[in-house]
Ligand binder design. Structure first.
Ligand code: BGC
Length: 417
């Protein structure tokens, strides 16, 4: 009798424990993302810890590769197998493509309650909403027309940050003469295309818009586009011969340790400098790609929630709400190198590059010089983006001269639409 009672009590305790951990296990999110570098992992941790504090367990599903190409391949396989992750990092037109397939969840309950409409800019809402409903929670705004320069290398090259293409070439020449690799780059199509965004923009706002956003064949096939490929070929001459396949964060590391002078990359690169303990102004300098001052080519990482069982929906809404929390937006983006996706987050916690990023974004938005990044999926759907990746990659690797690249680009973009 006594033993029986004891067993019953013990069994009851076990049952209770199981049901507590069971309810905790239900509050979990499986997150597919490509934040695998040191700086990215540090930023991701801010989100992970925030959710864990709220009792939401984090199941990590990392797939490396900027622009998310490989992550999107894995995602397709998961959805096809009927087993989508709960939340997925995604960019621009990819979000809308998935929305069209009718497989995304609905974030309206939390978005409407928290008034996202009023604080998330229209340029981001274009990708966070479909058919009037919220389908994604934007976590940041990155931009691609930045250059990250090693301060000591710049000082040794005259100390003046370049503001025009000719000044840029002069600084790169000096760095070469000083015996370092002037330009750190990774030979992966998405990285080359990220540089190409800035190079095209440096030839004019109207040109960027007609070629990259409107996909106007006349702009794509123009002399200006030939000049863009000529500029890319010129930049290639400043890159070391081991660039093929190099990851972007390894290129950042070359600038961080002084082996290279500069990197042309989105502001996720800043996350690597910060992670290495470097400070803007002291150890590195951030400038807009020469000739693109006043304009911004942006991308926004958003977390897209897939349709999942009712048991997981609450955790999805908690995650979405955590992402849009103004305090989180500040804490996360300070580490990530990006700027907040909300317009009401103060810039106080941000370093000088972050403050500049926020100011540039607001001004570009105001002045009509804010453009979606082609390389980062915010100018055109994936088919067009991939067509451009291919041509830019072949040209950068010397397989196409500028004239042929222009012709191939016109044909490839037309075929992809
Ligand atoms: C994302 C960034 C990321 C970068 C490199 C971009 O596509 O928007 O958040 O840091 O890729 O992985």
């Amino acid at each position: 009798m006594r033993i029986g009672k004891f067993i019953t009590a013990a069994a009851f305790a076990t049952l209770m424990a199981a049901s507590v951990s069971g309810s905790k296990a239900q509050e979990s999110v499986e997150v597919l993302h490509w934040w695998t570098s040191g700086g990215e992992a540090a930023a991701l941790n801010v989100l992970k810890q925030n959710l864990e504090k709220q009792g939401v367990t984090w199941q990590d599903m990392p797939v490396a590769g900027g622009g998310g190409g490989d992550a999107m391949t894995v995602l397709r396989a998961r959805v096809t197998a009927g087993n989508p992750p709960t939340a997925v990092q995604m960019l621009g037109y990819d979000i809308l493509d998935w929305a069209k397939e009718g497989v995304l969840g609905d974030l309206d309950p939390v978005a409407n309650k928290e008034g996202w409409d009023k604080v998330i800019p229209a340029a981001l809402q274009k990708f966070s909403k479909y058919d009037g409903h919220w389908i994604a929670a934007p976590v940041n705004v990155h931009s691609t027309n930045w250059v990250w320069i090693n301060k000591a290398a710049l000082d040794a090259a005259g100390g003046k940050a370049p503001t025009t293409w000719d000044e840029l070439v002069a600084v790169l020449d000096k760095m070469k003469a000083n015996g370092i690799t002037p330009l750190a780059a990774g030979g992966q199509a998405w990285q080359e295309a990220t540089m190409f965004d800035a190079v095209v923009l440096s030839l004019g706002n109207d040109f960027y818009k007609s070629a990259m956003i409107d996909l106007d064949p006349a702009a794509l096939g123009s002399d200006k586009m030939k000049e863009a490929f000529d500029r890319m070929a010129k930049l290639r001459t400043y890159v070391d011969d081991n660039f093929s396949g190099r990851d972007w964060n390894l290129a950042s590391a070359m600038v961080i340790n002084g082996q290279a002078g500069m990197q042309m990359m989105g502001d996720w690169a800043k996350g690597e400098f910060l992670k290495a303990g470097q400070k803007p102004g002291n150890d590195f300098v951030c400038i807009r790609f020469p000739g693109t001052q006043g304009s911004v080519t942006f991308n926004s990482d958003q977390f897209v929630m897939f349709k999942v069982g009712a048991d997981k929906q609450n955790a999805q809404l908690k995650m979405a709400s955590a992402i849009e929390d103004p305090g989180f937006q500040s804490a996360f983006n300070v580490v990530k190198g990006s700027v907040p996706a909300r317009t009401d987050v103060p810039d106080t916690a941000f370093d000088d590059c972050g403050k500049k990023g926020m100011k540039d974004l607001a001004e570009a938005n105001q002045n009509g010089t804010l453009f979606g990044s082609m390389a980062q999926g915010h100018a055109a759907p994936a088919a067009v983006k991939n067509a451009l990746y291919d041509v830019v990659d072949r040209a950068f690797n010397g397989e196409l001269n500028s004239q042929d690249a222009v012709q191939e680009l016109v044909a490839a973009v037309a075929a992809a639409q």
